[in-house]
Write a protein that binds this ligand. Sequence first.
Ligand code: SPD
Length: 362
Amino acid sequence: MKLNRAFLCLPVLLLGCQHPPAASATQPSRPTTTDASILRVFMWSDYIDPQVVRAFERAKGVRVVIDTYESNESMLAKLQGGGASYDLANPSNYFIRPMLRAKLLQPLQTRLLSNFRNVAPGFLSPAYDPGNVYTVPYQYAATGLAYNAARFVPKSQSWNLIFGPSDTLKFVLLDDPREVIGAALKFLGYSVNSTAVPELRAARDLLRRVVAKHGFLGFDGGPGIRNRLLAGDIDLGQIYVGDLLQGAAENPGLRVFLPREGTTISTDTLVILRAAPNPALARAFIDWVLTPRVSAAISNYTSYGNPNSAARPFLDPLLRSDAAFNPPQADLKSGKIEFIEELPAGKPPRLYDRVWSELKSR
Ligand code: SPD
């Protein structure tokens, strides 16, 4: 599919009336007891249709408790810190191997998942999990730049709006190191997965200037950035596309575009944690989510990309034709839209960490 620069703006307008803003069924709370009838899920915020959760509870006679997070890093830190016992988590593709090394995952046993056959061929046996031993794909999205057309309409669709020298706009960046450093690398013409020290130093120098701007109002999660755009507090926000599309219900002026220099994309997965108190119920939930109508209901609610072939007939037609659901193959192939990948161990990843710590401590 050709990358049409209007593709994301139009669906924002048209999909605006699909559903109320996501949030209600995923109120953070953590049970302290283990109980065979409670499923504990740790997932990205605003990432599931509450009605799907309620339907699973009714069908199985169980209770689902969902705690949420806004970044892979905070998810991993909480799991590694212990103290919280979840059955399921929702890491992005590039966090699977680090979680495996940390011995946090247990095999899914996909032969026990009757709906595993619905996974689209392009999402089967990914490099981060050959044979889908530990993961099923859940949803995916590219990352874009969003604005509220009621306040401000950018003249170009470029990262230059925030990474260029001008300091007239108020903006917020995602609280996500790989997204922020990846966007800076892309703006400079490099891979979002670069491990070349001179390229990373150039990204660091650029980001030092960016976070020193008067218009830079900090880092936030996707839903937080959407809400700040809705409130009119900022002109621009880096955002996971689905998080922005959900906000269109409240304000059809919200728009998002994929910057012309290119951007990041990632697949979020469902995994069963090694310490899961209730792995059988976790597996039943994953199988439920892979059911065609359930999978489509989730994406119709969240506005995120759907990796389930059998769900396609039930997807909102507007979403089906949206490049947020179908990233242009040509742009994926050319590397213009690039999957974030795990970094190899060694010096460059430590440089990512150092750059991020410096940016966050300014
Ligand atoms: N609110 C849902 C957010 C989903 C984010 N996807 C992961 C992106 C990882 N960089």
